[in-house]
Design a binder for this molecule. Structure first.
Ligand code: KG4
Ligand code: ZN
Length: 342
């Protein structure tokens, strides 16, 4: 199939991603993660991530071209994440993309990371219709978007006002003595646990919150509640029921995420929901989302996990969409913007 060949570069967090697409066909998706280097700190260390990107960039570019079976001369355009994300990490990708563009004379498209997550869906065999609601949940972001048009009209409905959902998983895992990243660990620990064993608080779900924060999220209170609960049990000399705590915590996160996402579908009369971000790997997120989608008549889309977590292919795919919609390339004067709005 046709379409422009676009090479996408993603370095907003700890994944160095280089992907190549032809139109909406995936040709390569190479990801190098510095996750292991952050593990002993219990979270992503920006300086460590930036250095790792610098080291991983050239090998990732070479590997992506090899995987796609093409030479750099066959690439029509370059796309890069210019934000939001960690400033120093973004700068490595932006710098590499500009260098490539200048050296080859190819057009360069600066794109938004969150919109890129939505763009991943065009790589699916049958992609979603618009408008759609999109829920993006990772260690760095928790955002609810109303996507009327991928390249022209994306509205941020809400986002976390404190911790990202993945961050909450990572912090609670630490409280339970489980290693980083905590999401998969909590998922495993929750097997056999009772999700109703402990009623942990749901952030921004009270009637009084709904006016100002209808689609916003808050997970720091939940994290603190879990820490207090474990501390109290510890002090009382009780054995910590890890499976029950993990299952109850996970249920609280999933409940809030999905209640707000499906509420947006209902409010806007949009029966389509796209999920993205690393937390989408969560077994309970997937199960509960499928249940609610069936009950509410919503078409649920979850890209394969390699396209849900941060990657370069989604950035390339969004770049190709921009080109096909007739957008002009970015002026090379753009910088990295850690708080870039959608
Ligand atoms: O999208 P991602 O790979 O990277 C960024 O954060 O940018 O997401 C990683 C996050 C981590 O916080 C990790 O704990 C979480 O996603 N995660 C999960 C699961 N797998 C990964 N959270 C809940 N359940 C999981 N199974
Ligand atoms: Zn992301």
């Amino acid at each position: 199939t046709g379409g422009p060949v676009v090479l996408g570069i993603e370095t907003s967090c700890d994944e160095t991603g280089v992907g190549i697409v032809r139109g909406s066909t995936l040709l390569a998706n190479v990801i190098a993660s510095s996750m292991d280097e952050h593990a002993r700190y219990g979270g992503v260390v920006p300086e460590v991530a930036a250095r790792a990107h610098l080291e991983a960039m050239n090998p990732a570019l070479t590997a992506a071209l090899a995987e796609a079976g093409i030479g750099l001369d066959e690439v029509d355009a370059i796309a890069v994440t210019s934000g939001p994300g960690l400033a120093g990490a973004l700068m490595v990708g932006v710098g590499a993309a500009k260098a490539l563009a200048v050296a080859t004379g190819k057009p360069l498209y600066a794109v938004n990371h969150l919109v890129g997550h939505v763009g991943a869906d065009v790589l699916a065999a049958e992609s979603l219709e618009y408008p759609t609601i999109a829920l993006l949940v990772s260690g760095g972001h928790t955002s609810l978007l109303l996507v009327r048009d991928l390249v022209d009209d994306v509205e941020l409905l809400g986002e976390t006002i404190d911790d990202a959902a993945g961050e909450a998983f990572d912090k609670v895992a630490r409280v339970l003595g489980l290693p980083y990243p905590g999401g998969p660990q909590i998922d495993r620990a929750a097997i056999g646990g009772d999700p109703a064993a402990i009623r942990f608080p749901r952030g921004l779900m009270q009637a009084k919150d709904l006016e100002k924060h209808r689609y916003d999220f808050s997970f720091s209170g939940l994290k603190t509640a879990v820490a207090r609960w474990v501390e109290r049990a510890d002090d009382a000399g009780e054995e910590i029921p890890v499976a029950d705590v993990a299952a109850s915590f996970r249920e609280a996160v999933v409940d809030v995420l999905l209640t707000k996402a499906f509420r947006a579908c209902a409010d806007y009369g949009i029966p389509r929901l796209l999920l993205g971000g690393g937390v989408v790997a969560n077994a309970r997120v997937r199960e509960a989302a499928a249940e609610r989608a069936a009950a509410q008549g919503v078409t649920l889309r979850i890209p394969p996990l390699s396209l849900c977590t941060d990657n370069g292919a989604m950035i390339a795919a969004l770049g190709a969409q921009l080109i096909q919609a007739g957008h002009a390339p970015s002026d090379l004067g753009f910088g990295a913007d850690s708080t870039l709005p959608v």
